[in-house]
Design a protein around this ligand. Structure first.
Ligand code: NDP
Length: 499
């Protein structure tokens, strides 16, 4: 027996293979006790005099107080944006505009760890997602649109592109900085100025972004950030000096905004909910597909408008897929969002947790079969165990409504036509996934699925050059790519029609 063999003989056998904690240090983030609103290039006290606490959803501990911007604050922000638009920003050379966007992109890259930690602290998402997805993509959006700023004449030939004016932008809590980047970058590249409202529960990275703007020496008033709840958003929507509204959030609020703007002539884009089908054919690479299913619904705790929340499995492979999926679920690690090993972080708010809990109870009542892997939840904070429902009928609420949590509803199909029929059977039309080894089948499915974005043999992939948006109750207008510039420009229509 060799020396090595003798030592291995004596080596203790580990009782388990648990991951050791790997927490990201949070001291890179410096928080103020209280934040004002960012108007005209400065953080100022809100005229409303009101503040509210913003929390860490994984501990329920308050992180800071932020301003509840009122009517007067929104009015000041809009005036600052109008002033900046008319007295400078719209008149500077496009190449100069691009310079600011490049600067912002580079600063985001330089400060990405600070932003990632803050995003996870305030929103509850795992640090590996904010670090590897939210931050690189946010910077990439600024880089991408910086490239377009001085090429608008070529992007829209003979259509005399002109900026729209002041853009009011209202964003949700699931990708706070990324949604900011999706909206601010094209607006600035096209020569507009901005009044942005982050979501009530996740304002902190937008406020840190204000510091990036200061560092980039963006002229005062070009971007203004007002924090607050839905009332602040409503003030932006109805302000008469705002020329365009870009909204991402729930279908219900999107519809209310559309009603409010009817007849005003203001431009509007809505990016709303979804109930996407992730379709697995029997010739798909199953292990790869199972990873795609997990990424499709458990990424960001399922707080994703394009989440693959309805799994459509071809009947002949139903059993192996469900077995593999259940096994994979047992390996997902739920817990501290700042731990680099965490797969599933905290639910963003008590309100969202209540909504998920209610819909899951409805699923059980309606007769679906629930599976949740063994999982110990932290004592404090908002958490939900990754969940799979099988035996789901199309009429169940869990197959129709957006749960916006880590909950998957599984249905089956026999033929491609049946898969299409079921996939399209929702009021939404944002995204879909197709898993098959046949390229021709991918193309034929993509023609028939009523969804703005279709992924093939992958899921939840984003790129700034690729337009994103929905049909039906998922909204209208596109963000990303060349299409994402259009809503921020006045374009000569006669040329577009060939007149
Ligand atoms: P909302 O649609 O209420 O929020 C989106 C943004 O709009 C937030 O900044 C919100 O402010 C603001 N807002 C709320 N009411 C108004 C209003 N009347 N006028 C203008 N702006 C307003 O979504 P919730 O956060 O309440 O989430 C509810 C549900 O919506 C979720 O359970 C989920 O199903 C869905 N949702 C979908 C998203 C998507 O991307 N498709 C994103 C977020 C939610 P405040 O944060 O203060 O409420």
């Amino acid at each position: 027996m060799t020396d090595l063999e003798r030592r291995q003989d004596r080596a203790p056998v580990p009782s388990g293979w648990d991951y050791a904690p790997a927490p990201e240090a949070r001291d890179i983030v410096t928080l103020e006790d209280r934040y004002g609103v960012f108007i005209g290039g400065e953080l100022v006290d809100p005229r409303s005099g009101e503040y509210f606490p913003t929390l860490d959803p994984s501990t329920e501990e308050p992180l800071a107080e932020v301003a509840q911007a009122g009517t007067e604050d929104v009015d000041l922000a809009v005036h600052a944006a109008r002033d900046a638009f008319e007295n400078g920003w719209s008149g500077i050379s496009p190449a100069e505009r691009a310079k600011y966007l490049f600067r912002i992109a580079r600063i985001l890259q330089e400060r990405s760890r600070e932003f990632a930690v803050l995003e996870s602290l305030n929103g509850g998402k795992p640090i590996k997602e904010s670090r590897d997805v939210d931050l690189p993509l946010s910077a990439a959006h600024f880089f991408y649109y910086a490239g377009w700023a001085d090429k608008l004449e070529y992007a829209f030939p003979n259509r005399r592109p002109k900026p729209v004016g002041v853009a009011g932008q209202i964003i949700p809590w699931n990708f706070p900085l990324l949604m900011l980047a999706w909206k601010v970058a094209p607006a600035l590249a096209a020569g507009n100025t901005v009044v942005l409202k982050p979501a009530e529960t996740t304002p902190l990275t937008a406020l840190l972004f204000a510091d990036v703007l200061r560092q980039a020496e963006l002229p005062p008033g070009v971007v203004n950030i007002v924090t607050g709840d839905g009332r602040t958003g409503a003030e932006i929507v109805k302000h008469e000096n705002v020329d365009k509204i870009a909204f991402t959030g729930s279908t219900e609020v999107g519809k209310a905004i559309q009603r409010e703007l009817a007849g005003t002539g203001k431009k509007l884009t809505l990016e709303l909910g979804g109930k996407a089908a992730n379709i697995i054919f029997d010739d798909a690479a199953l292990d790869q597909a199972v990873e795609g299913i997990v990424n499709g619904i458990y990424f960001n705790q399922g707080h994703v408008c394009c989440a693959g929340s309805r799994l459509l499995v071809q009947e002949s492979i139903y059993e192996p897929v469900i077995e593999k999926l259940k096994k994979r679920l047992q390996t997902l690690r739920l817990g501290d969002p700042l731990d680099k090993n965490t797969d599933i972080g905290a639910i963003n708010s008590k309100m969202q947790l209540d909504k998920i809990t209610e819909l899951v109870a409805a699923g059980k009542d309606e007769g679906a079969e629930i599976y949740q892997p063994p999982c110990r939840l932290p004592e404090k904070g908002y958490w939900f165990v990754p969940t799979v429902f099988t035996n789901v009928a199309q009429s169940y609420r869990i197959a129709q409504e957006e749960i916006f949590g880590p909950v998957l509803s599984v249905l089956t199909f026999r033929t491609p036509d049946e898969a299409i029929e079921k996939a399209n059977n929702t009021p939404y039309g944002l995204s879909a996934g197709v898993w098959t080894e046949k390229g021709s089948r991918i193309l034929s499915m993509a023609q028939k699925l009523k969804a703005g974005v279709i992924w093939a043999n992958t899921y939840n992939r984003f790129d700034p050059s690729s337009p994103f948006g929905g049909y039906k109750e998922s909204g209208f207008g596109r963000e990303g790519g060349l299409h994402g510039l259009e809503p921020y420009l006045e374009l000569d229509e006669s040329e577009a029609r060939g007149g």
